[in-house]
Write a protein that binds this ligand. Structure first.
Ligand code: CU
Length: 355
């Protein structure tokens, strides 16, 4: 931060000096011949070459960014629809990159080629139907293709149905934490309403105690999902807009107070498998090297880190928004069953709360 501020101040000082020099120059009486404001041949050539230099700069900074920051992009998707989403994203980027590289090269080359020269006269060129047709039809086809593919992908991702016996899970957002609720043995969530919230009796989600479907519901602070089984998520929010973001599964959905939103996906990679992936091992090593430095300096948040899937809030919902997260564990069906059976049901919790 200090380094950033120092650089900013230095840049601003440099700009100030440059501006003052210009004012000083302008205030001088221009008596000398040849010191005219009209660009000379040499000025034009110089600026023409600068165009090429700028082209090298933007290509260079692109390559540098990929090389230096490429490791920060998300690992391969861990959900069924994630692959389709990623290829759409990849092809969009590939097309944008190719077009960008070609058009920038042409733009700067022509700026160089047709730089000002003594005696050169601009060509009057009214129009060319064929040329205009070509540069209209190519983007139309490419964009229509991308948009149609995007719409198709979107529709298939957002097709939330009850086929294939999905696991029903509610994700409940509030400032600043998440609670997950499972339907229990019947896989049906009990009715809930914000008016029924009773903090004193641990009914933090406002479950309707008279609804038999809710008795076996399970409320947890860690989301466990069996690998390969479709999950239908139902999102609610208690207070403000939140957004449930599960980056590794390419899933995000707004949580809106007063309504239930939905998203569905099938996790395909367990937490244990993900931890074995080379890019994750590399990421964990890098993070733990930084944490070891912090530990040596006696700073907080320096415990060694282990990879876990995570649910994050992706809407700025208040001062602790940055830390609104929930751990997600994807495991085998047997591990999941063992875990869910060890959890207390809503009915049991309520019974233990009776005075
Ligand atoms: Cu939030």
């Amino acid at each position: 931060m200090t380094a950033f501020l120092t650089i900013t101040v230095l840049v601003l000082v440099a700009i100030a000096i440059w501006q003052m020099t210009k004012i000083f120059e302008l205030s001088q009486v221009r008596a000398k011949a040849g010191n005219s404001e009209v660009a000379t041949e040499e000025d034009n050539r110089y600026n023409g070459y600068l165009m090429f230099l700028f082209l090298v700069f933007i290509y260079g900074i692109t390559i540098f960014s990929f090389w230096k920051y490429g490791k920060f992009i998300l690992p391969e998707a861990a959900s069924e629809h994630g692959g389709e989403y990623d290829s759409l994203m990849l092809w969009t980027f590939v097309i944008i990159f190719i077009v960008q590289i070609i058009t920038q090269a042409l733009l700067h080359y022509f700026a160089f080629k047709y730089r000002g020269e003594e005696g050169r006269k601009a060509l009057f060129f009214a129009d060319n139907d064929r040329l205009e047709f070509i540069w209209t039809i190519i983007p139309v086809i490419v964009l229509a293709g991308l948009i149609l593919w995007g719409l198709y992908t979107w529709t298939s991702i957002m097709d939330i149905n009850d086929e294939d016996d999905p696991l029903i899970v509610e994700l409940y957002a509030q400032q600043f934490n998440w609670t997950a609720r499972y339907g229990g043995a019947d896989n049906v969530l009990g009715e809930a309403n914000v008016r029924l919230i009773d903090i004193d009796r641990a009914n933090v989600l406002g479950l309707d105690e008279s609804d038999p479907n809710g008795v076996d519901d399970i409320l947890v602070k860690e989301l466990h999902l069996p690998v390969g089984r479709k999950v239908n998520f139902k999102f609610r929010s208690q207070d403000v807009l939140h957004s449930a973001y599960m980056p590794h599964f390419r899933a995000q959905m707004n949580c809106v107070p007063g309504m239930v939103t939905e998203f569905s996906f099938t996790p395909t990679v367990t937490t244990a498998e993900m931890r074995q992936r080379p890019e994750i091992i590399d990421k964990v090593q890098r993070t733990n090297a930084l944490r070891a430095e912090r530990a040596a300096a006696g700073e907080p948040n320096s415990d060694p880190w282990e990879f876990d899937y995570v649910l994050l809030c992706n809407k700025i919902c208040g001062k602790s928004h940055y830390n609104m997260q929930l751990k997600i564990v994807v495991e085998t069906e047997e591990e999941y069953q063992a875990w869910i059976e060890s959890q207390q049901t809503f009915g049991q919790t309520m019974a233990s709360m009776q005075p």
